[in-house]
Write a protein that binds this ligand. Structure first.
Ligand code: HEM
Length: 424
């Protein structure tokens, strides 16, 4: 074993989803940052990959989009079998082609279609809609009998409603959207994974093709509707968008709908739940923020750092290069560990303390560079509005059982948060 190789036990942890539901993850990252901040994980069944754990390196790689590519290799951690399955379906290492799977020149052409829409000035125009959804979520919350599972009762539904509202999906179809996105992206959920592992390659291909087809059919109908009846939503924008003077090809258009629907849901749910976890467990925090609502944005920012819902994205080196004294070869695969960057001792004082007084809070949960999260302003706004609405009504809150995290090395967060609370 060379000094580049990560100890087998730790490498194994990085590819096994239960680690992501335990504090093991942060112990592993801490060891790597101190002892091998840019090392290679070699695990059976997965191509070797570099593990990037330092804040500075994650930023450098994210910002150098000509050298570190998204399209060439899988953008999320996948087993060799999964990659082969994707090739069998799409001829690429990806199941879909959205912004995340594109490099220049296509990436910027596609991103520019909606970038202005996601900028703060435009997102603010949705404030009244988001406010109405937040009010409804808080009304449901205060009708509960002094205890609930905050994830299931609030944090899962509210961001789904916001993202479906901006996309223009009617309420009766929310369930279908949830199911489709979970079937497509829930690969590391243990139950879904067991079911998929039991399938023959051809059965698996047929299953995925059916899910992708279902998604495409659904959004083709929405596309046709918005071409005939334009509205003030993102679906209308995408239905009428053009790249290189042509309407978007159906595969790319479906990919666009999918990335907005999926990227905007679990991530925001996870940060929303994390803020409530902090209010329930950090002494004095609730009283302080409720007494001064101008602290809500700081609470949100620290919750995003703490939760870091997107745990990892992958990149591929375009050519031989050097980083932190290590020699990388063309086509090498790299795992960006955002949650490690967000606990990096070189950037954050007492990184394992939840502290809303970080100024500035240099969290990197939204990534950086050309792929920097498009939805960051919307995510911050919807969480701010929810807590501004909720906090004045909340007198006390405490944990009422064990808070549990979901098992996923891609997007994860609290899957249950039992709380007991008193209203003001
Ligand atoms: C707290 C909530 C959120 C977190 C932590 C988050 C995190 C991320 C991360 C890490 C990336 C990849 C960045 C990179 O590769 O450098 C990303 C990309 C993206 N996010 Fe978010 N996201 C959140 C909410 C949202 C919302 C609400 C939306 C939209 C409704 C959204 C839409 C997107 C899109 C479209 C991309 C792809 C951008 C590109 O590749 O150019 N996200 N997000």
């Amino acid at each position: 074993m060379s000094d580049v190789t990560i100890p087998q036990e730790l490498a194994q942890k990085l590819v096994s989803s239960p680690t992501y539901a335990s504090t093991d993850l942060f112990d592993t990252y801490r060891w790597l940052r101190a002892n091998n901040p840019l090392g290679v994980a070699e695990v059976e069944g997965v191509d070797p990959f570099w593990v990037v754990t330092k804040h500075a390196d994650i930023l450098e790689i994210s910002r150098n989009n000509a050298l570190f590519l998204n399209e060439a290799r899988a953008t999320t951690l996948m087993t060799q079998t999964d990659v082969e399955r994707a090739y069998a379906i799409t001829g690429t290492p990806h199941y879909v082609r959205s912004l995340v799977q594109m490099d220049e020149p296509d990436h910027m052409k596609y991103r520019l279609l909606t970038q202005a829409w996601f900028m703060p000035a435009n997102v603010r125009k949705r404030e009244a809609d988001v406010h109405a959804l937040a009010k409804a979520a808080v009304e449901q919350f205060i009708a509960l009998p002094g205890q609930c599972d905050f994830v299931k009762d609030v944090a899962l539904h509210y961001p789904l409603r916001v993202v479906m509202n901006i996309l223009g999906v009617p309420e009766e179809d929310f369930g279908r959207m949830l199911r489709l996105t979970q079937e497509l992206f829930g690969a590391s959920d243990p139950d879904t994974q067991r079911f998929k592992d039991a399938l023959e390659p051809e059965q698996y291909r047929q299953l995925m093709l059916a899910v992708i087809q279902d998604f495409s059919d659904y959004f083709e109908a929405i596309t046709n509707d918005r071409r005939a009846n334009p509205r003030d939503d993102l679906a209308t924008l995408l239905a009428n968008a053009e790249v290189n003077g042509q309407p978007l090809p159906p595969f790319e258009r479906t990919g666009y709908y999918m990335i907005v629907a999926t990227a905007g849901h679990d991530t925001t749910s996870s940060s929303t739940a994390c803020a409530m976890w902090a209010l329930a467990t950090v002494p004095g925090l609730l009283e302080r923020v409720r007494g001064d609502l101008s602290l809500v944005p700081a609470l949100i920012e620290e919750s995003i750092r703490w939760a870091t819902p997107v745990k990892t994205f992958m990149r591929a080196a375009a050519q031989d290069t050097e980083l932190r004294g290590r020699k990388l070869k063309a086509n090498d695969w790299l795992m960006l560990c955002y949650a490690s960057g967000n606990r990096d001792e070189d950037v954050f004082e007492n990184p394992d303390t939840f502290d809303i007084d970080r100024k500035p809070n240099r969290q990197i949960a939204f990534g950086n560079g050309a792929h920097l999260c498009l939805g960051q302003h919307l995510a911050r706004m919807e969480m701010r509005i929810l807590y501004e609405e909720l906090l004045p009504k909340l007198k006390s809150v405490r944990l009422n059982g064990e808070a549990k995290l979901s098992e996923s090395f891609f997007v994860n967060g609290l899957k249950t948060l039992p709380i007991a609370f008193e209203l003001a």
